[in-house]
Design a binder for this molecule. Structure first.
Ligand SMILES: [Zn+2]
Length: 264
């Protein structure tokens, strides 16, 4: 059986088996995915900061915070500087019965002025040209893989995926994480968007990808490289996840933040 058929069957099975994704007692398993790693550096900033290192540091902090505050099992797709194919990351989440999947990245653009935060969930149709560009950049590592899922396959999968509860919940998770990061960082709101990210294809749980800033912007590169700023962003991502999971930090109401700052 082809890998593609396996993915479609997994998605269909998830749709039938999981009519509701409500978390009684909090999510059991959360997978945090630091993007890139090993030979895949991800984006490189004008002063040499590498995306793979920034996002690993962020992901380790997010996992530590969630471990402290939730009873959930928190798993990382990588804890060191190793290469992991995109498909393997989602497969890892599926295999471990994850209830949530959050992939952490930082953005890059030719325009060094570009800045801000954007958060994605899966769709074949990108929200706009910019969303399409980000997905193309993040997907490019698989272009030489033998058994990559190509565009047509993604479209077929999405016909099924669109009807699943997991997909609907992904948009809510994206919004919660996004608004929390905006609130903590005070950065420009680039919006919650949809795009065809390979790393999100086949996920049978709510799955999002957060671009926590622009490493191509010298000022944001400097901030993203600072442990203090990384801790702030990690706190924000963890808060967003907890908000989605119904384990809000006391005194914070993510829903009302959403009404105030939603731009999309
Ligand atoms: Zn990336």
């Amino acid at each position: 059986m082809s890998k593609f058929l396996l993915i479609v069957m997994t998605v269909l099975f998830a749709a039938l088996a999981s009519p509701s994704l409500a978390f009684a007692g909090g999510p059991g398993v959360i997978v945090i995915d630091p993007g890139h790693g090993g030979e895949d550096t991800g984006a490189i900033g004008p002063n040499g900061a590498e995306e793979k290192n920034v996002v690993l540091s962020l992901a380790l902090m997010v996992a530590e915070i969630l471990n402290e505050r939730l009873s959930s099992t928190v798993l990382l797709t990588r804890t060191g500087d190793v290469f992991i194919p995109l498909e393997e990351r989602t497969a890892f989440a599926n295999r471990n019965g994850a209830d949530l999947f959050v992939s952490i990245h930082v953005n890059a653009a030719l325009n060094r002025e570009a800045s801000g935060v954007e958060t994605f969930f899966l769709s074949f149709d990108a929200t706009d040209d910019d969303a399409r560009r980000v997905a193309a950049f993040e997907n490019r590592i698989v272009k030489t893989a033998e058994d990559r899922v190509d565009g047509d396959d993604i479209q077929v999968i999405l016909l099924d995926l669109a009807s699943t509860e997991a997909h609907h919940e992904s948009s809510r998770l994206a919004e919660d994480v996004h608004l929390s990061v905006l609130e903590h960082s005070g950065r420009e709101n680039r919006g919650v968007k949809q795009a065809p990210f390979t790393v999100l294809v086949g996920a049978t749980m709510p799955a999002v990808l957060v671009e926590a800033g622009f490493i191509s912007n010298p000022e944001e590169e400097r901030l993203l490289s600072s442990r203090k700023e990384q801790a702030r962003i990690a706190e924000a991502i963890a808060d967003g996840i907890m908000g989605f999971a119904g384990a809000k930090t006391p005194g914070k109401d993510v829903t009302s933040i959403g009404k105030r700052t939603r731009k999309n």
